[in-house]
Design a protein around this ligand. Structure first.
Ligand SMILES: *[C@@H]1O[C@H](CO)[C@@H](O)[C@H](O)[C@H]1NC(C)=O
Ligand SMILES: *[C@@H]1O[C@H](CO)[C@@H](O)[C@H](O)[C@H]1NC(C)=O
Length: 314
């Protein structure tokens, strides 16, 4: 009788261990742990995505890629990575940030470490500014405590209340710790239209003189941006803060898009719906508005309304 009982006990133990291991594998599988398995930059993937999905942004692609490669390969960065993306809507600022998140977090845009704040959506009421400031500080602190490699996107920075900008500022600096938390592995990305006029003007003048957009260099735009936009006294608190504090690592211009880029956007949108039809691509791209009136070189809304235009055809 002794044998079957001990056999039974052993079998039970084996089963229990098995269940336990299964459960821990399962919970590990479910947990979005803050580790290298869940968070590591896929440089090739990002490069490929920028090449094949982000249209017409040769400067932004290059600068963002270099910046994140540099910052994320440093085990102990000296400050958080801070990038300010400039350009009119529909040029891909949001999209570029999303591609970065998708190539950094295994869980992509659903990652709990990816946070997007939109001025008019999350912080719409001026009278609640104190509360917003507190919330924002608490959230950034809480999330970076959970995972140092957190990413925060602030959209519509030009509409952000100065108080909120002040609330974010301490996190961007070269300090070891703010409040016992180390923010230097975090990534902060700011999106705004600021400087969009200048970027568009320069791009247009290149195109009008028969030059290709790819020949526009970052240095030309940076100089242009800093000289005209940032010296402009009525260009708002955001720019002033940026200039005065030196907290932003990279100012990245997003150029206005041409017809061929809009074509590419439409093609990609159709493809995502399983449609390949070049005549529809051309029709939809042509239904967008371009300027100047005569030459029709640049899309007024970039690729912003492409998805809704495509909807009209299906
Ligand atoms: C992280 O940020 C989100 C907002 O994106 C907030 O709702 C949440 O409470 C924050 N988590 C912590 C632990 O602070
Ligand atoms: C492409 O779309 C056009 C316009 O809707 C249609 O007339 C044509 O048959 C389509 N071509 C193919 C190959 O589906």
């Amino acid at each position: 009788m002794a044998m079957p009982i001990s056999g039974f006990i052993i079998a039970t133990l084996v089963a229990l261990v098995g269940v336990y291991m299964g459960m821990s594998i399962y919970s590990n599988y479910n947990c979005e742990c803050c580790d290298n398995k869940r968070i590591s930059l896929d440089v090739k993937g990002l490069e490929e995505d920028f090449k094949s999905r982000l249209f017409g942004q040769h400067i932004a692609s290059e600068v963002i890629l270099k910046a994140v490669k540099g910052s994320l390969s440093t085990p102990n960065p000296k400050k958080p990575l801070t990038m300010s993306l400039h350009g009119y809507s529909g040029t891909g600022k949001n999209f570029a940030s999303q591609l970065l998140a998708q190539n950094l977090y295994k869980n992509g845009l659903t990652s709990q470490y990816y946070h997007v704040f939109t001025a008019t959506l999350h912080f719409p009421h001026v009278q609640l500014i104190d509360q917003y400031q507190n919330d924002l500080r608490k959230w950034i602190r809480g999330n970076v405590t959970l995972c140092p490699r957190s990413m925060f996107i602030f959209d519509e920075m030009d509409k952000m209340h100065p108080g909120l900008i002040n609330a974010i500022k301490p996190f961007l600096d070269y300090t070891n710790e703010v409040d016992k938390v180390d923010y230097r592995k975090a990534i902060f990305i700011f999106l705004s239209n600021t400087g969009g006029d200048k970027i568009n003007e320069l791009t247009l003048s290149f195109l009008m003189s028969g030059k290709k957009r790819e020949s526009i260099k970052l240095s030309e735009l940076e100089e242009e941006l800093s000289m005209t936009v940032f010296n402009n006294s009525n260009s708002g608190f955001w720019q002033t803060t940026l200039i005065q504090t030196n907290l932003i690592d990279h100012f990245i211009p997003f150029l206005p898009l041409e017809f061929e880029h809009v074509m590419s956007c439409v093609r990609a949108e159709l493809k995502s719906r399983g449609v390949t039809n070049e005549s529809i691509v051309a029709t939809i791209a042509s239904s967008m508005v371009y300027y100047p009136k005569e030459e029709k070189l640049l899309s007024v809304k970039g690729c912003k309304t492409v998805a809704s235009k495509v909807n009209l055809y299906f």
